[in-house]
Design a protein around this ligand. Sequence first.
Ligand code: PMP
Length: 394
Amino acid sequence: MFEHLKEQPADKILALMEAFKADPRDNKIDLGVGVYKDADGNTPIMAAIKQAEKQLWEAETTKSYTGLAGDPGFADAMVSLILGEAVPRDTVAAAATPGGTGAVRQAFDLVRMANPKARIFVSDPTWPNHLSILKHMGIETVAYRYFDNETRAVDFDGMMADLAQVTGDDVVLLHGCCHNPTGANLNLSQWREVVALLNDKGALPMIDIAYQGFGDGLEEDAAGVRLVASETPECLIAASCSKNFGIYRERTGLLMAVARDADGRKLNQGTLNYLNRQNYSFPPDHGARLVTMVLSDAELRASWQAELEEMRTGMLALREQLATELQRLSGSDRFGFLAQHRGMFSRLGATPEQVARMREDHGVYMVGDSRLNIAGLNRNSVPILAEAIVKTGI
Ligand code: PMP
């Protein structure tokens, strides 16, 4: 039977990681995989998480199953972190999932159950895994314009023109903050326009939020999601704890479905539980429990927020330094977008040939679409990158 299987395309980012490891050059720079790194290139366990792990080890008395939707305390803590007071809690169904990817996958599954005709509108570009999961599931996708390759900002007119095509059968997938891979984001008045259009068309918003706290701050990064949740009748929100809690391998995420009312919530909750049951039964608990402990304990929470804020401002400082260095070397302001973008990523707007030359001639590894991971830099490597960019003629 296995002979009928087809070769699957290798994950490009993971292949890049391998190539980086094999490169013998000392001054090589890894701007590929989307993992936060400190100035020494390490991805540390956050202090509050380490502390919570210690406490959990002491206090945990059983590893028996939790509920199908995971521990209710996790859902409460995360709903509050992401949605604040935007909607009444009794309209929000939520289920823990294996990472943000699990939440995205379950959301698509729910959409397919609710409406097999639904098309999913995705930004061009978007996180490649969105496309690959949708393709695997056989769900039709429609790309909407998002990134202006000249200005490296959001092509908002193009986006709105393309979204004008949505119908009441469709879902529009939006990144909550820190757009991956471009780093270009909607401002609040643009979010308002998108919400008005979706309400006008009756399309369902789905928000993927994987970097809350990496952009402008925990509250600021949730402003778009909160607006959508409070101003549209229904929405889906897929959240990841991988980045902002630094617990990538624990596989911790949450899918939320906001309903019109409490009755709608009941139906949604039953569906989320059902979907967990069909796909993997009980979701992972360890990471979710750590997150709950951190969010519920004043001391741990303060420590987590302070460390997250340090990561965020560190990335912003690197952005500023890179934009300034490029301005100095190139004598032009055309790289100012690097300081405007938010989150871990920026799309440079280089051609695939230029990306290859950056790797071959300068040992700078970035994804083929010219996405660079700002957290892969430190104060010393910024000038090296800036020089490589200018020498490559980007
Ligand atoms: N959505 C987006 C846009 C992402 O960038 C990521 C992480 N690469 C995820 C979801 C999910 O991450 P994870 O499954 O590791 O939580």
